[in-house]
Design a protein around this ligand. Structure first.
Ligand SMILES: *[C@@H]1O[C@H](CO)[C@@H](O)[C@H](O)[C@H]1NC(C)=O
Ligand SMILES: *[C@@H]1O[C@H](CO)[C@@H](O)[C@H](O)[C@H]1NC(C)=O
Ligand SMILES: *[C@@H]1O[C@H](CO)[C@@H](O)[C@H](O)[C@H]1NC(C)=O
Ligand SMILES: *[C@@H]1O[C@H](CO)[C@@H](O)[C@H](O)[C@H]1NC(C)=O
Length: 133
């Protein structure tokens, strides 16, 4: 392959990225309301899951759900995490992720259900732990 065809290929790739990717995004994804993004390709679903995690809440300053999936809620912070609205917000974000990418996996290999269980069990007063891992 000569330089000329390499050059042509680079140009083609550049055009492809420039023209088709933004178009695809604009058509299928809603960043402010990722909930609405359904039936996405795996990449789009993953990206929408990231948009879900952009949803921040005043009640969640310390424990913010990010793609590592790890909320290291200390025992001392458990009660305020659970009753201060942060657990509810985090569950809402998880719900959003579930809608856009059902099989989403966090970096620590946990999935939506794992985190859902951790938070709900941790905040369940009858379990007396008040601690989400
Ligand atoms: C995203 O959804 C919101 C709420 O329904 C809507 O107001 C907004 O126009 C949508 N944006 C796009 C790009 O579809
Ligand atoms: C989680 O937080 C506690 C308290 O801040 C800390 O002692 C512990 O090392 C943390 N766990 C990990 C895995 O970093
Ligand atoms: C953001 O989170 C709140 C809960 O704290 C939820 O009510 C709201 O629907 C979420 N917004 C989006 C766009 O997912
Ligand atoms: C968490 O689990 C409960 C009980 O199974 C379920 O009702 C809820 O929809 C789940 N939420 C998410 C975000 O998966």
């Amino acid at each position: 392959m000569g330089w000329k065809s390499l050059d042509a290929m680079a140009t083609f790739l550049g055009l492809f990225l420039l023209v088709f990717l933004p178009l695809g995004q604009a058509k299928t994804e809603n960043k402010t309301c990722p909930y609405r993004n359904q039936n996405l390709s795996p990449i789009e679903g993953w990206r929408s899951a990231e948009y879900c995690m952009q949803n921040k809440s005043d009640s969640c300053k310390k424990y913010i759900l990010i793609n590592t999936g790890w909320l290291n809620v200390t025992k001392e912070d458990g009660p305020s995490f659970c009753s201060g609205g942060c657990s509810d917000h985090t569950l809402a974000v998880l719900d959003c992720i579930k809608h856009v990418k059902r099989d989403y996996k966090f970096v620590n290999r946990a999935n939506v259900q794992d985190l859902n269980d951790t938070i709900r069990n941790g905040c369940d007063p009858t379990q007396g732990m008040h601690k989400a891992r």
